[in-house]
Design a protein around this ligand. Structure first.
Ligand code: SAM
Length: 195
């Protein structure tokens, strides 16, 4: 992970993510509002709930799965909600290069990649980790896999940040994965850091 702070991530950025990023930038420029970022938002339920909770903020939810984002919705979407299909390995780099600063950043139930050989696919083991942290703000990760958050907490420490990790019981479910894990009796964990 330390090597990712020493060397920039050079993989070329996909055209579709660059186009998606530029469309979001154009939208955000119409009205200046504080920004909430919901990474790996899946079907976007958490982004919708956050948009309702913070009506004077923009809430940008990003997921690489068109299938998940395209899930049919009944009713009108909040006007401050922007859902984007993009690969965050590229989107984070574009956002950091454009000096985005978010007030809140959620990463809810990221894919765990539990095999040791896949450490580089976990966000804290990925070359884009430094760009992810450059977005700043209050970062919150949730997972049913404590080890993922413990590793992330250590990686935050290497980057000079302190994260607080604790078990929690949701009063209302923010995402479908949260519901699934909680209803199957699994303990849930939350890591929060002010970057
Ligand atoms: C376990 S699901 C969690 C979804 C949602 N946050 C929830 O809790 O219901 C993980 C999500 O991360 C998304 N994802 C994984 N890697 C990604 C990447 N590089 N860029 C954007 N989304 C990604 C997947 O498409 C998937 O929807």
């Amino acid at each position: 992970m330390r090597k990712h702070f020493a060397h920039p991530f050079k993989r070329p950025i996909a055209d579709h993510t660059r186009a998606a990023f530029e469309a979001v930038e154009t939208h955000l420029r119409k009205h200046k509002r504080p920004l909430i970022f919901d990474s790996c938002c899946g079907v976007g339920d958490s982004s919708r709930l956050l948009a309702v909770e913070y009506p004077d903020h923009w809430v940008v939810g990003v997921d690489k799965s068109e299938h998940r984002l395209a899930k049919e919705r009944a009713g009108k979407e909040p006007e401050n909600l922007i859902l984007v299909r993009a690969d965050l390995n590229d989107f984070y780099r574009l956002a950091a290069a454009a000096s985005w600063h978010v007030v809140r950043h959620y990463i809810l139930y990221p894919n765990p990649w539990p095999k040791a050989v896949h450490l580089g696919r976990r966000w804290h083991g990925s070359p884009v980790f430094p760009d992810m942290l450059r977005l700043g703000g209050r970062l919150e990760l949730r997972s049913n896999w404590k080890l993922y958050l413990e590793e992330f907490q250590i990686a935050l420490g290497v980057a000079g940040h302190t994260g607080t990790l604790a078990a929690f019981k949701p009063k209302a479910y923010l995402t479908p994965f949260e519901r699934k894990y909680a209803e199957s009796g699994q303990p849930l964990w939350r890591l929060v850091a002010q970057l």
